[in-house]
Design a protein around this ligand. Structure first.
Ligand code: UDP
Length: 237
């Protein structure tokens, strides 16, 4: 069997249901647009476990998502969607490309969250784009964009409060959205929510508990992901 799609950290497989897919979390980690690569034994299992718990929590809080059910340790069933080619990034604290772009020091706390968009294109290195680019590139309509921004801010409120209970600061994160194949007028949250796509800092020590451990060769990458999963489970009871 060949996957319908294989990305850097996940594979998508057909299921018996034409409206759903099986999303498999791989053990591969990549950074800097695929230039840095490594495989970690537990990564697929840890990201699936974290992402599943968060998706279930977001669904309970009224956020429509692609999530259907957990199949096993590394697989979930998700609704088939057409992914919008816009990545939505929310920032609460300055880090990563924001610091590179502005020269602002890492750790500066924003007075309000920043929402930004990038064009989902490996070839171009996911460049930063704005509302006008998105309209003219037909990546989403201005109405869709209002929905993406509102949803992303709502997710930020929910996740920031949740991770604070876990003793973690949600510094920034990336979201992806998709149109349901069964009803393209409906846009839902898709992809994964894990330490691969969120910056999480320990509230007491400031220690990085996310993919920056891999990006910056800080070591103990899976230990940090395991700690995040432990805290998420404990907080959810
Ligand atoms: N991010 C992601 N995928 C991307 C780009 C960013 O998951 O292709 C996440 C990243 O992990 C961080 C947030 O989005 O939590 C903001 O990333 P940033 O723009 O600072 O990019 P980076 O520092 O990764 O280049």
């Amino acid at each position: 069997m060949t996957p319908l799609y294989e990305g850097k950290s996940k594979r998508l497989w057909a299921t018996e249901n034409p409206d759903t897919l099986r999303m498999e979390f791989k053990n591969d980690a990549t950074a800097f647009n695929g230039e840095k690569k490594e495989s970690f034994d537990k990564k697929g299992r840890l990201n699936n476990a974290i992402s599943t718990l968060i998706y279930v929590m977001l669904e309970k809080e009224g956020i429509p998502t692609h999530f259907v059910r957990e199949i096993d340790e590394t697989n979930v069933e998700v609704k088939k969607v057409d992914i919008l080619m816009v990545e939505v990034i929310v920032r609460n604290v300055a880090a990563g490309s924001f610091c590179k772009r502005t020269g602002m020091a890492e750790g500066h706390v924003f007075s309000q969250p920043i929402v930004e968009f990038s064009y989902k294109s490996d070839e171009l290195g996911d460049p930063l784009i704005n509302d006008d680019y998105i309209r003219e590139m037909h990546l989403a309509t201005p109405e869709d964009l209002v929905h993406l921004r509102t949803s992303a801010l709502k997710v930020n409120d929910l996740l920031s409060a949740f991770f604070a209970k876990c003793g973690l600061k949600l510094v920034d994160f990336k979201l992806e959205f998709g149109r349901l194949a069964s009803d393209p007028s409906v846009i839902v949250l898709a992809d994964e929510i894990s330490p691969d796509g969120c910056r999480l800092w320990d509230l007491k020590t400031g220690e990085k508990m996310d993919k920056d451990r891999f990006r910056r060769n800080l070591g103990n990458v899976m230990e940090a992901y395991e700690e995040v999963l432990g805290r998420v489970k404990e907080t959810l009871g």
